[in-house]
Each structure stands twice: as structure tokens, then as C-alpha cells.
Design a protein around this ligand. Structure first.
Ligand SMILES: *[C@@H]1O[C@H](CO)[C@@H](O)[C@H](O)[C@H]1NC(C)=O
Ligand SMILES: *[C@@H]1O[C@H](CO)[C@@H](O)[C@H](O)[C@H]1NC(C)=O
Length: 543
């Protein structure tokens, strides 16, 4: 018995040794790498997502440098920040473009055009940063990897090209038309809705919707290709005829991996490639940070009726909402028995001083949404806030303004996480009814809670995924083996148009051949019958 135990023991040790040798030979640990983050879009909510990735990597011991056009709110003492602020004129230009959007109702096509126009200021703002003197200092260092925030800024491929290192893209939404081609995510237009297609999760698209989807996917990809002509020009300008640099089109096929801030449980279900990794919710803290004292006290005092959070996000300044609309919002919110935290920039000039409203210039949204007394989130339906609210099981009233917000709002409604109101023609009654319905009908909170459970149930947390895949790319020198062959096929090849054409041609030739053969056969038979007849005629004549 004793002996038997011993041998078992030895066996275990042997297994352990084999395992240790296996681990140490199979997977080399990645020691501290030099990683550069380039996050130049001027959207604070995008920066929060990108910085959450960098924070994770810094915590894991990597040497992180980040270039951004805004001062990051999420940070880490070990991250080297380089902030290149936009000129005042450029910032003003962008604020103006955004404020125009909140005032008038637009049809989807005009909105699409405006979306692209609004991005013009965003593009030039990012380009300014890449061209700035401060940015050039980056090229003096050596980096093992560049992580690039995507926001219609393909000219930025110049950075990994000049640093001659692998590149990972960070995108703040689900896979979409404008990034799919970098890693070869297939465009499945018959069942994967485009950014502009209103879609109900789990429902098969009707013919009309599929038609719309086909066209909008095509237009988006066309727009991407047209914009790439501009980007290629900018890239060439930035490359300044350096023959050692990879070209723009080579760089577009050189993306090692894309991190998308999405998760399949949000739907719609779509096919992915191995180098598109979903890290949805990376910006959500696994444990909330203690709230600032005034907010904590305010929320703790809301035990009876609960509290509401009202925020139109960071892109939209409160001053860009029409005063008439602000009045309606104030009238409704101040009449509620709930306490309300209202994100408002100008604390010297608030909409009114009702005792149940706490105005905050900036707020730790995620930590507030995690508070147990929070009962409702009134939101512009930006992706970030929506994810945080669903993660913490808070139902919503959506007031979308532009870009992907109407799609998000439609999703909130169709998933039963809340209701939607029209901010441009806001009616007092509608607004109040929506709030009361979502507050008092438990169905919304139950739906969000059910989703929250699915969203959190994963084999690896978002942070673990980031650490694993970044090190994977580093360990395998860019991990080119993960690339889908699709990125090397052109439009004709990837849609098998050449193959279909060849098959049609063969069928046509076969048909022609068949026709020819049948004709020939007919002729031969005809001839044969002719000779037979002639023979029999001769025979009868002879007789
Ligand atoms: C870490 O990054 C900084 C900034 O890019 C650089 O100056 C420094 O040399 C790096 N440290 C190491 C140990 O590589
Ligand atoms: C990027 O290009 C370099 C140089 O041509 C190559 O060695 C590397 O494997 C490429 N990486 C990917 C992911 O395609």
C-alpha cells in the first residue's frame, strides 16, 4: 500500500516535470515589451476603451507609451503619455460639426453624408497630430508593437511602417464594413446587418431589409475604398519617398490582429476570423472604484425611490441641445421623486436648481451605473454607456443623436432594455411616460439582467484576452500565420465572379456543342432515312 502510494507520487512528479518542460519549451514567456499606442481620434469615449487595453498591458509589466490628442482619463503610473492637443481652430471646427447634428432631424442618407462630413474635421485633426513635431520624437525609440486606435484614419499605417514592427488595431465597436477587410472577416450581407441596417437580434431579415443591407454594405465599402485613395495620398506624403518603407497597400494587408469592443452575446451572430478578437467590456472595471464623496452621498441617500443618471455623452456638449429641449428635460426630471445626476458642463449656468438634481461636469459613469440604488439611465445611446448599463443591469431611456446612436437605440428598444424618445422633437408627455414606464415596469430590468448574465459568462475575461493575444502576436513576430487568405483576393476573386463566369462559359459551350451534335445527329438520321427510303424504292422498282 505504502509502496503503491510512493509510485503514484513519483508518477505525479514525473508528470509535473514533463509539464514544466513542456510549458517552458512550447511557450516562451514574453518579457516586458515596448508597446506604442496611437489613439488620435478626439472622442473621449474611444480613448477610454483604448486606454483600458494599455492599462491592462501596463499592469502586466509591459513598457507602454501612448500618443493621444486628449488627456486620457484612464491611466497608469507606468504609462508614458504624449498628448498632442489640437489647435483651437481645429477643435472649434469639430465642435461646430457635431453641434449641427443635434438640431435638425435627418434622413438616413443625409445622415450618412453628414457622418462622413463630421469625420472630415476628425481626420484633419488626427493628421495634424501625426505631422506635428512632438510626434516625430516617437521615431527615435524602438517599439516591438504598435496598437492603433481605428477611426477612419488609415494614413496612420505610416507609424508601424516607419517603426518596422507589427500592428494591432483597436476598434471600439463590433466588426464592421470599414475594418473587416484588414483581416478578412467575410461580408455576409444576407444575415449580418451593416452599421446602418436596423435589425432585431435573432430575427431573419425580410427581403426589404436584406435589399437595404446589401446596398448599404456596398455603399459603405465603396466609401471606404474611395477614402483609401485620399489616405494613400496622405500616406505617400508622410512616407516622403522612403524606399525602405512598406507601401500603403502592403500595410493594409499587414494587420496582425484587431481587438473589437464587442461580444457575440450582443448579437448579431456573425463569422469571425482567428485574428479578430472580441474584448467587449474591457473598459468596465471588474470592481468599481469608490465614488467621489458628493456623488456617493447623493446616491446613498436615494435608497427609497432610487436614482437616475442622465448623460448625453462626451461628444455632445449640453450647450448644443436646443434651450426648448433643455427646459422640457428639466421640467420632467425636476418633477420626479427620484434623485437625478445630470451631466452638465457649465455649472455656473444650470437649467434650474431643483433639490433632486445633482449637476456634474464629469462623472465616473461606470461606477455610478454599478451603484445598487441606480434605477434608470437616460442616455444618447453611445456604445460605451450602453455596454456599461447592460453590464450593470440598468434599464435605459435612449435619446440618440447621430452616427451609430440611432442603431444602438433601436437595439435597446428591440431587446427590451428600455424605450426611446426623439430628442429633436422632444414632447414633455412622451418623455415623462417613457421614464415612468421604464422605472415601474420590471420587464425592462429583467431583460437587461438576463443579458448581463450572458455577457459576463466567458472562458476568459476581456483583460485576460488582451494579455494573451498581445503576447501571442509578440511571441510569433506578428503572427502572420493567422491571416485569412481573403485579404489577398480582389473583389472579383473573393466573390468567385471569375469562377462563376468560367462555369457559365463552359455551360454555354456545352449547350452549343449539344445543339451542334443534335443537329448533326438529326441530319445523319435524316440522311440515313433518305438512303433507306431510296434503297427500298430501288428494291421495289427492281421487283
Ligand atoms: C520604455 O519606453 C520609453 C518611452 O518610449 C523609453 O524611453 C524607454 O527606454 C523604455 N524602457 C525600456 C526599458 O525599454
Ligand atoms: C508584415 O510585413 C512583414 C514584412 O514584409 C512580414 O514579415 C510580416 O510577417 C507581416 N505581418 C503580417 C501580419 O502580415
Amino acid at each position: 500500500m505504502k509502496c503503491c502510494c510512493k509510485s503514484e507520487y513519483r508518477g505525479l512528479i514525473a508528470i509535473a516535470i514533463v509539464a514544466i518542460i513542456g510549458i517552458s519549451t512550447g511557450v516562451q514567456p514574453v518579457s516586458s515589451a515596448n508597446i506604442l499606442g496611437v489613439f488620435l481620434s478626439s472622442s473621449p469615449s474611444h480613448l477610454i476603451v483604448h486606454m483600458s487595453i494599455m492599462q491592462t498591458l501596463a499592469e502586466n509589466g509591459h513598457n507602454i507609451t501612448v500618443v493621444s490628442t486628449l488627456k486620457p482619463k484612464i491611466n497608469h503610473p507606468k504609462i508614458h503619455n504624449i498628448v498632442i492637443e489640437p489647435t483651437e481652430a481645429r477643435q472649434k471646427e469639430m465642435d461646430e460639426e457635431l453641434s449641427v447634428l443635434g438640431v435638425k432631424k435627418q434622413n438616413p442618407l443625409v445622415m450618412m453624408m453628414k457622418f462622413f462630413r463630421a469625420d472630415n474635421a476628425m481626420i484633419t485633426l488626427q493628421l495634424d497630430a501625426v505631422k506635428s513635431e512632438k510626434f516625430q520624437s516617437i521615431y527615435n525609440n524602438k517599439y516591438d508593437l504598435v496598437i492603433m486606435g481605428y477611426f477612419i484614419n488609415n494614413f496612420q499605417f505610416i507609424v508601424p511602417a516607419k517603426l518596422k514592427c507589427p500592428v494591432i488595431i483597436s476598434w471600439t465597436g463590433p466588426p464592421m464594413e470599414m475594418i473587416n477587410d484588414f483581416v478578412g472577416v467575410p461580408h455576409e450581407v444576407s444575415y449580418v446587418p451593416s452599421v446602418f441596417t436596423p435589425h432585431i437580434n435573432g430575427e431573419v431579415m425580410s427581403f426589404g431589409l436584406r435589399l437595404f443591407n446589401f446596398v448599404s454594405n456596398g455603399l459603405l465599402r465603396l466609401a471606404t475604398n474611395i477614402m483609401d485613395i485620399t489616405f494613400e495620398g496622405l500616406y505617400k506624403e508622410l512616407a516622403a519617398d522612403d524606399p525602405t518603407l512598406r507601401t500603403f497597400s502592403q500595410m493594409k494587408q499587414n494587420v496582425s490582429l484587431i481587438f473589437c469592443n464587442s461580444h457575440f452575446s450582443e448579437g448579431p451572430i456573425r463569422p469571425l476570423v482567428p485574428n479578430l478578437v472580441e474584448i467587449g467590456g474591457i473598459q468596465i472595471k471588474e470592481k468599481p472604484t469608490p465614488l467621489p464623496k458628493n456623488i456617493a452621498d447623493f446616491l446613498n441617500a436615494s435608497k427609497g425611490n432610487g436614482a437616475i443618471l442622465f448623460s448625453l455623452g462626451s461628444n455632445m456638449k449640453s450647450t448644443s441641445i436646443q434651450p426648448k429641449t433643455v427646459n422640457i428635460i428639466y421640467k420632467v426630471l425636476s418633477s420626479l421623486p427620484q434623485n437625478v445626476i445630470w451631466k452638465w458642463e457649465n455649472l455656473d449656468n444650470t437649467p434650474g436648481n431643483a433639490s433632486n438634481i445633482l449637476y456634474q461636469k464629469w462623472l465616473p459613469q461606470d461606477d455610478i451605473l454599478a451603484h445598487p440604488n441606480l434605477k434608470l439611465f437616460i442616455t444618447h445611446a453611445g456604445k460605451g454607456g450602453m455596454v456599461e448599463a447592460t453590464y450593470h443591469s440598468v434599464p435605459m431611456v435612449a435619446m440618440p443623436v447621430f452616427a451609430e446612436q440611432p442603431t444602438n437605440a433601436a437595439k435597446i428598444v428591440s431587446s427590451g432594455y428600455g424605450l426611446q424618445v426623439d430628442i429633436i422633437n422632444l414632447k414633455e408627455n412622451e418623455f415623462r411616460d417613457a421614464i415612468l414606464e421604464v422605472l415601474h415596469n420590471p420587464v425592462y430590468r429583467n431583460n437587461v439582467r438576463r443579458f448581463s448574465e450572458l455577457y459576463r459568462n466567458r472562458p476568459m475575461t476581456a483583460r485576460e484576452n488582451v494579455n494573451f493575444w498581445v503576447e501571442y502576436v509578440l511571441r510569433h513576430q506578428g503572427a502572420a500565420h493567422m491571416q485569412s487568405p481573403l485579404i489577398h483576393l480582389n473583389f472579383v476573386q473573393s466573390n468567385s465572379l471569375d469562377v462563376i463566369l468560367a462555369i457559365l462559359l463552359i455551360l454555354y459551350l456545352l449547350w452549343k456543342l449539344m445543339k451542334f451534335t443534335i443537329k448533326l445527329l438529326c441530319k445523319l438520321i435524316y440522311l440515313a432515312i433518305g438512303t433507306l427510303k431510296a434503297k427500298s424504292l430501288n428494291k421495289s422498282k427492281r421487283e
